[in-house]
Design a protein around this ligand. Structure first.
Ligand code: ATP
Length: 749
C-alpha cells in the first residue's frame, strides 16, 4: 500500500471530497480507492491506496498538485514507493509494445486476406485440413484442444508456429471476427495442442478446420513481463538496475584494472578493462568493423576467468551464433539456448537440446520412456473406463468391485468389463508415476547443465525463457544492443547484476514495424538511452576499424565519430587491384570508377535528368537512369574478373532494388536496401541514392544513420551514385560530396 499525503487542506473539504477529487482527476473509475484520515489540527490528511490506484493518480499529478491540492507520496515500505518516472516509463513502453503487437496481428490478417490458403500454408503460417479433439484442461482450467490432420496418421505440414504463439481457428471463413484464438502449448510432427481462454465453438471439432498464426506472442509477453519488473522489481538487483535505467542512481567504475589481452588493440583493451571494473553497467560503442564481437568475446572470457556466470545475448539469432562460435572456439564452457532449428547447423552441438541427450539422467529418462510406451500399449488392450462403460462408477468404486471378484453385474456392467476397467486404471496410475519420474529426471538434467555452464547464449527474447527463471547471472552482455528495442533488451538487462551493452547508436536503430510506435520512442534502444544519461565516463569507443580502406572510412569517421577512427594497417591501403582485377583503359565513366586508385567514387547524375519515379499508392521510389548506371558498372566489374559475391548493390528504396533486380543477370550479386546490409561487408559496394527531384526532398535518407551504414560496408571500393542537386541541400550530403571531391573521384555524368 502507498500513502498519499495532502498537506494543505482547504476548510471546505471533507474526507470524501478529497478522495473524490483524486478520482475525478485520475479517472480511476472507482469511488473506493482508500479511506482518508485527517489529523486533528487539519494540517495533514492521508489516504492509503493500493499500488494501481496510486499509479493512476500520480500519472495525472502536475507539479505535485492534483486539482489544486498539494500532494506527496509516501510508502511505509520504501519498495512500494513509486513515482511518475516509473509509471511513465512503464505506461509508455507497454503502450508502444501493444501497438507493435497489434500491427503484427493486422499484417497477418492482411496476408490471410490476400494469399490463398495453400500459399499461406507454404509460408508456414497456416495449417489446413485439421481435426480438433477435446484434450481436457490445463492446470489453470483452460480448455485444451488437440489438432491433427483430418487424414489419419498424416504428418502436419512444416510450420513456423511454435508453443507460445497465438493462433486463430476457422472453418471456411478465416477472417470472421468470431473465430476463436488460443495459445499453442505443445507441437509435435503430428499434432498441435491449443489452450483456449473459454470453451471454443463447436465447429472446431469438425474435420477440415484451419489454424493460422496470429501473432508470435511469446516475444511480446516476455517484453511485457520485463516491463512489469520495472514497476515491481523482484529483488534489490532489479531495483538498482531500474534506478540506473531511469538515471537516478549514478553508474560508477570502482576499481581500475590492468589486463593482459594479447589479441586486442588499445581501445579494445581499455573498453574491456573499464567494462569489467564498472559496477552496474558499461557501454562499448563500436563503429563499423571495429571488432565489437571480438571484444565482447574477450570480455566474456575474462569475466569467466574471475568466476562470473555470464548471459551472452543479442537481438538476432545470427548475432548470437557469431558470439557462440567465437566463445566455443576459445574452448569456453558455453551452452546455447533456443530452438535448434534457428541455430546455425554447425553450432547445434552447443545447444542445450543436443547436449542434454548425453546427460546420464536424460538417458535414464529415455529408458523409462521405452518402458512406459510398453505400458501404454498394454493399456490399449483393456477397456477404457469411459462414461458408456462405467455408468457413473467412480475410479475407486471400479477398483473396489474388481477386488471383490464379482459374480454378477453391477449397474448393468459385467464383472469382466469391471475387471478390465480396473486393470486400465491400475496401469494409468503406473503410467502417471513414470511420466512424473521422466519429467523429474529431464528437469534435473537440464538444471544441472545450466547450473554448470559458465556462459549461456540466447537471444534477448529467449533470455526470458522459463528455463532461466531461477538462474543468477553476475554479468549479462548484450551484443548488437543498438538494434534491440528497450523492452527486448530489458529482458537480459534485468537478469544480471551487471550489464555491458555493445553497439553503435550511429548506425541503424531497432526495426519497429508500427510507425506510431517508432515515432514515439520504440526505436530508441536501451544503449542510446543509457549513453544519453551517462555520456562519457561509462562508455568507450572502439577506434580501430579492420574493414575499410582509409578513404572509404574517412567521411564516416569525421562526420559520425569525431574524427577518431583509424584504419588498421591491414585495411588502410587495400584496393581492388589486390584481388587481381584487370580494368581496361577505356575512357568511359565505368572504367574510371572501377580504377583502383580511387577507393571512393561519386557519380553525379545532376545533368542527366535522372528523375525519380513513384508508383501510385507506393511510398517507395525508383530511378531508371541510376539503375542503368548500376548495371553498367556491374557488367564491367564482372568482366574485369571480380567475383559476383564480392559485390553488393545497395539502393535507398525497395522499388529501386526491385527494378535493378529485374534487369540484373548476375545472380550472386546481392541487391538490397541499406537496412538489410547492417553488420555486413563486401569488397565493393555500389550505392544508388535514388532521390532526384526539384523539391530536393531526400525522404528517409535524412536519417543519417542510414548514410553511415551505406558508406561503411565496402572494403576496397565504394561507388556512390546520386543527383547532387537534390541530395546536397542536406548538410551531411553536401559535406560528403565535398569530401569526395577532395579525397576521391568525383565524376559528373
Ligand atoms: N584487435 C584486432 N586485431 C586484428 N583483427 C581484429 C581485431 N579486432 C577485430 N579484428 C577483426 O576485424 C573484423 C571485424 O570484427 P567484428 O566482426 O568483431 O566487427 P564488428 O564491430 O562486430 O563489425 P560490424 O560493423 O559488422 O558490426 C574481424 O575480421 C576481426 O577478426
Amino acid at each position: 500500500m502507498v500513502t498519499l499525503v495532502i498537506t494543505e487542506i482547504d476548510k471546505s473539504i471533507g474526507p470524501g471530497d478529497i478522495v473524490g477529487a483524486f478520482i475525478n482527476e485520475a479517472g480511476t473509475g472507482s469511488d473506493d480507492i482508500g479511506k482518508i484520515n485527517i489529523d486533528k489540527k487539519r494540517k495533514k490528511a492521508e489516504v492509503e491506496v493500493d499500488w494501481e490506484s496510486a499509479a493512476k493518480i500520480i500519472e495525472v499529478m502536475d507539479n505535485n498538485q492534483i486539482g489544486g491540492v498539494q500532494v506527496h507520496v509516501e510508502a511505509k515500505n520504501p519498495d512500494d514507493l513509486i513515482d511518475k518516472d516509473i509509471i511513465n516509463y512503464y505506461n509508455k513502453f507497454k503502450g508502444l509494445v501493444e501497438l507493435e503487437r497489434k500491427e503484427e496481428i493486422d499484417r497477418h490478417k492482411l496476408e490471410i486476406k490476400y494469399l490463398s490458403p495453400r500459399e499461406r500454408q507454404a509460408k508456414g503460417r497456416s495449417l489446413l485440413n485439421l481435426h480438433g479433439k477435446d484434450n481436457g484442461n490445463t492446470f489453470g482450467h483452460r480448455p485444451l484442444v488437440k489438432f491433427t490432420s483430418k487424414y489419419k496418421g498424416e504428418k502436419l505440414a512444416e510450420t513456423q508456429i511454435t508453443p507460445g504463439d497465438l493462433v486463430m481457428i476457422s472453418l471456411n471463413k478465416p477472417l470472421h471476427p468470431d473465430n476463436p484464438t488460443g495459445t499453442v502449448i505443445e507441437k509435435t510432427s503430428y499434432s498441435i495442442t491449443v489452450a483456449f481462454e473459454s470453451y471454443p465453438p463447436e465447429f472446431i471439432y469438425n474435420k477440415g478446420v484451419r489454424l493460422d498464426l496470429f501473432v508470435n506472442d511469446t516475444s511480446f509477453q516476455r517484453m511485457f513481463s520485463a516491463l512489469e519488473k520495472i514497476k515491481h522489481p523482484e529483488n534489490e538487483m532489479q531495483k538498482r538496475k531500474r534506478d540506473i535505467l531511469l538515471g537516478r542512481k549514478k553508474a560508477e567504475i570502482k576499481d581500475s584494472l590492468d589486463l593482459e589481452l594479447e589479441y586486442l588493440n588499445e581501445s579494445q583493451i581499455k573498453a574491456v578493462e573499464n567494462a569489467l571494473a564498472a559496477e552496474d553497467i558499461y557501454l562499448i560503442q563500436g563503429p563499423p568493423g571495429t571488432g565489437k564481437t571480438v571484444t565482447a568475446v574477450e570480455l566474456i572470457s575474462k569475466a569467466v576467468e574471475r568466476g562470473d556466470k555470464v548471459l551472452a545475448a543479442a537481438d538476432s539469432n545470427t548475432a548470437v551464433d557469431n558470439l557462440l562460435e567465437l566463445l566455443a572456439e576459445k574452448g569456453l564452457n558455453v551452452i546455447r539456448i533456443g530452438h535448434p532449428i534457428r541455430v546455425n547447423k554447425k553450432l547445434r552441438e552447443h545447444t542445450l537440446d543436443e547436449i542434454v541427450l548425453e546427460h546420464q539422467d536424460y538417458l535414464e529418462a529415455e529408458k523409462l520412456r521405452d518402458e512406459v510406451s510398453d505400458l501404454i500399449n498394454k493399456q490399449e488392450s483393456y477397456i477404457y473406463p469411459g462414461g458408456k462403460y462405467r455408468r457413473g462408477l467412480s475410479d475407486q468404486e471400479i477398483k473396489n468391485y474388481a477386488e471383490k471378484d464379482l459374480e454378477h453385474h453391477v449397474r448393468g456392467i459385467s464383472p469382466e468389463v469391471i475387471e478390465e476397467m480396473a486393470e486400465w486404471l491400475e496401469l494409468q496410475e503406473k503410467i502417471d508415476k513414470y511420466f512424473k519420474e521422466i519429467e523429474r529426471l529431464e528437469n534435473k538434467a537440464v538444471r544441472e547443465l545450466l547450473d554448470e555452464a559458465d556462459i549461456i547464449c540466447t537471444t534477448n527474447i529467449t533470455a526470458g525463457s522459463e528455463l532461466l527463471e531461477n538462474i543468477k547471472f553476475d554479468l549479462s552482455v548484450i551484443d548488437e544492443a543498438t538494434q534491440a528495442t528497450q523492452p527486448a533488451a530489458l529482458i537480459p538487462y534485468l537478469k544480471a547484476n551487471k550489464t555491458i551493452l555493445i553497439g553503435d547508436h550511429k548506425q541503424l536503430p531497432p526495426t519497429v514495424v508500427n510507425q506510431e510506435a517508432a515515432k514515439n520512442g520504440l526505436s530508441i534502444s536501451l544503449f542510446e538511452k543509457l549513453i544519453e544519461i551517462y555520456p562519457g565516463e561509462m562508455s568507450s569507443l572502439l577506434e580501430i576499424q579492420y574493414r575499410m580502406n582509409r578513404e572509404i572510412m574517412g567521411f564516416s569517421s569525421i562526420y559520425f565519430y569525431n574524427n577518431s577512427l583509424k584504419a588498421a594497417e591491414s585495411a588502410a591501403e587495400q584496393k581492388l587491384s589486390d584481388l587481381g582485377l584487370k580494368i581496361d583503359e577505356e575512357d568511359c565513366f565505368t572504367a574510371k570508377s572501377l580504377k583502383s586508385e580511387y577507393p571512393l567514387v561519386f557519380l553525379d547524375t545532376k545533368e542527366m535528368r535522372a528523375n525519380e519515379r513513384s508508383f501510385e499508392g507506393s511510398n517507395s521510389y525508383d530511378n531508371p537512369v541510376e539503375s542503368e548506371i548500376v548495371l553498367d558498372i556491374l557488367d564491367r566489374a564482372i568482366k574485369s574478373s571480380l567475383n559476383e559475391d564480392d559485390i553488393a548493390v545497395i539502393a535507398a528504396y525497395k522499388d529501386q532494388v526491385d527494378l535493378i533486380n529485374q534487369h540484373n543477370k548476375f545472380k550472386d550479386v546481392e541487391i538490397d536496401t541499406v537496412d538489410a546490409f547492417q553488420g555486413r561487408e563486401k569488397e565493393m559496394i555500389i550505392f544508388s541514392a535514388v532521390r532526384s527531384n526539384d523539391e530536393c526532398n531526400i525522404g528517409f535518407l535524412r536519417d543519417l544513420r542510414r548514410l553511415n551504414v551505406a558508406l561503411s560496408r565496402a572494403k576496397r571500393k565504394m561507388i556512390f551514385i546520386g543527383d547532387s542537386s537534390t541530395i546536397s541541400k542536406n548538410d551531411a550530403y553536401d559535406k560528403l560530396l565535398k569530401y569526395i571531391k577532395k579525397s576521391g573521384l568525383y565524376y559528373s555524368l
